[in-house]
Structures are given as structure tokens and as C-alpha cells.
Design a protein around this ligand. Structure first.
Ligand code: PXP
Length: 247
């Protein structure tokens, strides 16, 4: 059976950072990202994604084990390529670690990781995570240069940054989509599992979900925002339905 006719199932990883953002606005314990993780599991999500940032503006250190224990779902821990984060990841051994660029002043993860330019910094971190049995993913722009760098680093997974696609319109959006499709095909051809995420919504998810090689989408801000109006369970179920319909 050709992959193109029957693409493999597409997993949905739900990024619950913004539940923690709302909690942190008042410094207490509500809303608890653990409760969000439990709802993700009940609504058909396939994984939990969370970013422990250097400034801890999203989840806190103590959330990691609580999230891991809350459901049977795999945790994809987003982390900067630093000694501190490596140490934390090795202690908690999440299912996956997605290495992301991090600048303190940015509002969100703007742009992909420069895997090509940072090879020497990334190589020992990728190797240590892989040796610990953690599935390493690199959050990169859909560019051949970055994908080739991920291959040299022996990353088993790349997550393509879909921000440019999400923010573009018209022909520019079509061009971004072609880049995502071409790079997903090239990744799969070279034995790397392609994922995608950032800025995905009900309106723009289906074109990305239809790319047959893409195995996982990680979606956060829109789902948590939509949950204000419809509830988290409903927003995840609708996203899941749209993804499945596009496959
Ligand atoms: N994937 C990665 C690696 C991210 O850092 C983020 C959050 O910036 C997402 C996916 C989810 O993006 P969004 O919150 O825009 O859905």
C-alpha cells in the first residue's frame, strides 16, 4: 500500500504552556496544567507538549513530574540547548525532547533553531539525550540547509516551524506550504520523522495535516484560547476531527 494513498495516522500533541501562563498570572495553582493534560488524554490527544523556559514563564520545574504522572500520554519537553535544561531532561527522561531556540525577550518561539550554525553546541546535547533513550527532535525552519544539519546531528525527528506558513496569505502561503511538503518528503526519505507546529488553527491546520509524511502536529495557543469559549475538550476534539478529515 502506498503511503501517499493511505498516510499513517497523524498524532496531535497538545501544548499546555498557556494553561500555566494563566496560572502564573496570579502566582497560585489554578488553572493547573495537570488537569489540562488529563482533558487532553480524554479528548483524543496523543501527547502532551510543554516548554520549560529559562524564565519559567510557562510550566515550572515541579510541573514536569506531575504532568508525566497525570496521564499515560508521552511528554514532549521543549527545551533550549543549555546545560541546565539537559540536566533537567536527563533527570525526568521525557518520551521526547524538542530542542528550540530561546531568547529571553521573545513573546513566543520566533523562528527555527539554527541547527546548521550551532552544530558544535547541539551535538553533545543531542547525543546525551539520545543515549538516555529520549527521542530528540529539532525545531527547525522547513529549509534543506537545516534539515541536512539535523541529519548530521543524527536527530530522529525534526519539527518544522509552521509560523511563516500560518502568518502568510495568498501565494506566499502556498509557497510556504510547498516548502513544508518538500521538506517533509525529504526528511522521510532520509529516515527522519517530520513533525510540524506553531500558529496552527482550525482554519489553517488541514493543509499541513494533508502532507502525508508529517507524523505529528504540536498545537497550543489556539487550542487554549478557543477553550475559553468552548472548553478544552471541545476545542481538542474539533482539531482532531479536522486533522483526521484532512488525512
Ligand atoms: N511546537 C513548538 C516547538 C513550539 O515551541 C510551540 C510553541 O511555540 C508549538 C509547537 C505550538 O505553537 P502554538 O502555541 O502557536 O500552537
Amino acid at each position: 500500500m502506498s503511503d501517499l494513498i493511505h498516510p499513517a495516522a497523524l498524532r496531535l500533541g497538545v501544548n499546555i504552556d498557556h494553561v500555566a501562563t494563566i496560572r502564573n498570572a496570579r502566582g497560585g495553582d489554578h488553572p493547573d496544567p495537570v488537569r489540562a493534560a488529563q482533558i487532553v488524554a480524554g479528548a483524543g490527544g496523543d501527547g502532551i507538549t510543554a516548554h520549560l523556559r529559562e524564565d519559567r514563564r510557562h510550566i515550572r520545574d515541579s510541573d514536569i513530574a506531575r504532568i508525566q504522572d497525570a496521564t499515560g500520554l508521552p511528554l514532549n519537553l521543549e527545551m533550549a540547548a543549555t546545560a541546565e535544561m539537559l540536566d533537567i531532561a536527563l533527570r525526568h527522561r521525557p518520551h521526547a525532547a524538542c530542542i528550540v531556540p530561546e531568547r529571553r525577550e521573545e513573546r513566543t518561539t520566533e523562528g527555527g533553531l539554527d541547527a546548521a550554525g550551532l552544530h558544535n553546541q547541539l551535538a553533545p546535547i543531542v547525543a546525551r539525550l539520545a543515549d538516555a533513550g529520549i527521542r530528540v527532535s529539532l525545531f527547525i525552519a522547513p529549509e534543506a540547509r537545516q534539515l541536512e544539519a539535523a541529519m548530521r546531528l543524527k536527530a530522529p525527528v525534526v519539527e518544522f516551524h509552521t509560523g511563516e506558513y500560518a502568518h502568510a496569505t495568498g501565494e506566499a502561503r502556498a509557497a510556504e506550504l510547498r516548502k513544508l511538503a518538500d521538506m517533509a518528503a525529504l526528511a522521510a526519505k532520509n529516515g527522519i520523522e517530520p513533525h510540524a507546529g506553531h500558529g496552527l488553527t482550525f482554519d489553517n491546520v488541514q493543509a499541513v495535516a494533508a502532507i502525508p509524511q508529517i507524523a505529528e502536529l504540536n498545537i497550543g495557543h489556539f487550542l487554549i484560547g478557543e477553550a475559553i469559549f468552548t472548553g478544552l475538550d471541545a476545542s481538542i476534539r474539533r482539531m482532531r476531527d479536522l486533522m483526521d478529515a484532512a488525512r
